[in-house]
Design a protein around this ligand. Structure first.
Ligand code: COA
Length: 162
């Protein structure tokens, strides 16, 4: 199957939620994705499409650092179970990071598999100077440019229950 990557469109939202439910096996991430879009907190959203359907999704949202809108969060992201481990997730992450870098973003945070995101440059060490409700071994950061805060307190969008 040829997989293409495309930017979000509002009419994709229901299919994105279904892919999240299939990928994660529960409803939380689909709900978070809907809320991020409804609240205007999504800053970049991409989908992977197969022949006729959406097969993967990645979301990037705004994180405030000491109140300033200068951080980005990655998530939710998912790929349909039958297409996992075929490189779709890696393509979504790489295109997303490239677009964010081009848009002048400098700091991306993620809470997730600490054997997966380091493949794309994320590290726990880069996240350590920042205070977050998610701090710990699965909380990682990637600096895209040598600018932006070196430390600070992160505030997540209300979609995450903050
Ligand atoms: C995690 C997920 C998004 C990865 O997407 P994917 O398309 O399956 O991953 P890719 O095929 O692009 O994998 C890229 C590399 O990461 C590895 N990898 C994939 N999933 C991994 C995982 N969960 N943990 C560690 N490594 C993983 C692959 O083996 C591959 O390694 P390689 O480059 O050495 O060959 C996908 O498996 C998924 O949707 N999982 C369920 C939902 C989920 O957990 N989302 C992320 C929450 S943090």
């Amino acid at each position: 199957m040829d997989i293409g990557l495309r930017p979000f469109r509002p009419d994709y939202l229901d299919a994105i939620v279904e892919v999240n439910e299939a990928g994660f096996g529960h409803a939380d991430e689909g709900r978070i994705t809907r809320a991020l879009h409804a609240d205007g907190d999504s800053i970049l959203s991409l989908v992977a499409t197969g022949n006729i359907e959406i097969v993967g999704h990645i979301e990037f949202f705004r994180i405030r650092i000491d109140g300033a809108p200068v951080g980005v969060g990655l998530g939710p992201m998912c790929v349909l179970p039958e297409l996992q481990q075929t490189g779709v997730g890696a393509r979504l992450i790489r295109l997303g990071l490239k677009a964010l870098e081009g848009a002048g973003e400098s700091l991306v945070f993620v809470l997730g598999h600490n054997t997966y995101y380091p493949k794309f440059g994320f590290s726990e060490a880069a996240a350590k100077p920042f205070t977050s409700p998610w701090s710990g071994p699965h909380f990682m950061a990637l600096r895209l440019a040598p600018v932006g805060p070196e430390t600070g307190t992160l505030t997540y969008p209300k979609a995450f229950g903050g």
